[in-house]
Design a protein around this ligand. Structure first.
Ligand SMILES: N[C@@H](CCC(=O)N[C@@H](CS)C(=O)NCC(=O)O)C(=O)O
Length: 220
């Protein structure tokens, strides 16, 4: 059995979505972020990223983590790429070049887009979007996202509307779950029509909708 440590309200969404696409059964251990708990070290605290039993599995203390036999893998995008390759089929890279492109886009998404996208999402999640400080933060996020979203827009517009291989793959899941954070701030997406169209088509997939429904059902 393959075990996933993590909850829907985390970057584990990438893995839950992929698992739905592949009809992959995962044994889920609902490890929650320690910072979401009043006292993560309390004796009656649910298993969380600061629990000794979780740290024994993954000393970095962050979710998601996948355990597949002897393999213990952290980093959400490494996990999705691994699971897709293990399953094979159209969502996986068809050759070394596609594999390289999927790695490239995963790294680009995580380094060039995710930090500002996540910051923008948190401004809304924390109810700060209408205050002066929140507005300034959002303006900075929009500015920081211009160059990478332009690069993504150009890529999608010239590569058949998909990240890699002109078909829906794990690379689309990886990037769409990062761009979902940016999409919480509409002005950041303005002018990037190829990105908007691609994101809408990714999010129209039943496996995405199912994942989001389960995420919404999970306590905040
Ligand atoms: N780059 C990592 C980030 C992992 C990460 O920061 N996870 C958050 C939840 S989405 C976490 O576990 N935070 C727990 C903590 O900081 O205590 C990935 O993509 O997996």
């Amino acid at each position: 059995m393959t075990t996933l440590y993590g909850v829907y309200r985390s970057r584990a969404t990438r893995i839950f979505w992929l698992a739905g696409e592949l009809d992959l059964k995962l044994d889920v251990v609902p490890v929650i972020q320690g910072y979401r708990l009043k006292d993560p070290t309390a004796a009656d605290a649910p298993i969380n990223t600061r629990s000794p039993e979780f740290l024994a599995i993954s000393p970095a203390g962050a979710i998601p983590v996948l355990k597949d036999g002897e393999l213990v893998l952290s980093e959400s995008l490494a996990i999705t790429l691994y699971l897709a390759k293990k399953a094979g089929g159209p969502l996986a890279p068809a050759n070394a070049a596609e594999d390289a492109m999927m790695t490239q886009w995963a790294l680009y998404g995580m380094t060039a887009i995710e930090p500002a996208a996540l910051k923008a999402m948190y401004v809304y999640a924390e109810g700060r979007a209408d205050g002066a400080a929140g507005k300034a933060e959002l303006a900075q996020c929009t500015a920081d996202l211009q160059r990478p979203l332009k690069a993504l827009d150009t890529h999608l517009a010239t590569h058949g509307g998909h990240m890699v291989g002109r078909r829906f793959t794990v690379a689309d899941i990886n990037m769409a779950e990062i761009v979902r954070y940016a999409n919480s701030h509409a002005p950041a997406m303005e002018g990037f029509d190829a990105v908007k169209g691609w994101l809408a088509s990714c999010q129209a997939r039943p496996a995405f909708k199912d994942m989001m429904a389960k995420r919404a059902a999970e306590p905040v």
